[in-house]
Write a protein that binds this ligand. Structure first.
Ligand code: CA
Length: 224
């Protein structure tokens, strides 16, 4: 198991490296965000421990860059900032866990083990939540037994929501993943597509799956 530590405070980096090596992990250390992002994107780590306040790039930026690259490696973010908004922002940007400094090695190790036990993301052709199924290979969407016809954009939007089921996705994140650079971020494109998706998959059903989180974005899940 190989772990990347991105931490500019040398003492903390050393402390983490020693603790992880004692548990027989292979450890790489980067001391700034740019280097950390580069290593994370070009190597296959089993886990990344990422400080949030770093020179050159923030942990948030590194996190976003790694996810954008399509890497599903678990990321634990370390930070002294403990405001709720920062946590939400980090978790929304693709971090799996968040640990406020100061923390004990024991606490960190427990979270590392918990994340590594988690089965790797299934990268299959079929995505499903409740009775909503998206088959990427066949390009088919079904709600229960009923087949639903979606436009390409609606399909891409639903695929993104399904891949991130349970997470709150901001308009910015949806824009970034489903639309291209030329899209107008201030248009109501996302709203209108969510609306039509809802019409197609979330009407006359027992359980609604697309939830609006006021001020934050949207979430696809069985429970709000
Ligand atoms: Ca730092």
């Amino acid at each position: 198991m190989r772990i990347l530590i991105v931490e500019d405070e040398k003492q903390i980096a050393q402390f983490l490296r020693a603790g992880l090596e004692a548990e027989s992990f292979a450890v790489d250390v980067a001391t700034d965000g740019e280097r950390g992002s580069f290593l994370a994107r070009t190597n296959d780590y089993d886990l990344i421990i990422l400080d949030n306040i770093l020179p050159k790039k923030t942990g948030l930026q590194v996190c976003q860059e790694v996810r954008k690259e399509g890497k599903s490696v678990p990321i634990i973010v370390l930070s002294v900032k403990s405001e709720v908004s920062t946590k939400v922002e980090l978790l929304n940007s693709g971090a799996d866990d968040y640990l406020s400094k100061p923390f004990s090695l024991e606490e960190l190790m427990a979270r590392v083990r918990a994340l590594l036990r988690r089965p790797p993301k299934v990268e299959g052709d079929i995505l499903q939540i409740a009775d909503l199924v998206l088959d990427n290979k066949k390009q088919v969407v079904k709600r229960g037994a009923k087949e639903v016809y979606l436009t390409r954009k609606e399909f891409a939007l639903l695929e993104y929501l399904l891949k991130n089921a349970g997470a709150v996705l901001s308009r910015g994140m949806i824009m970034e993943h489903v639309w291209n650079m030329s899209a107008d971020p201030f248009s109501n494109t996302i709203e209108s597509h969510i609306l039509s998706l809802r019409r197609k998959i979330d009407t006359n059903v027992k359980k609604r799956l697309i939830h609006t989180i006021p001020g934050r974005g949207y979430k696809l899940s069985e429970q709000l």
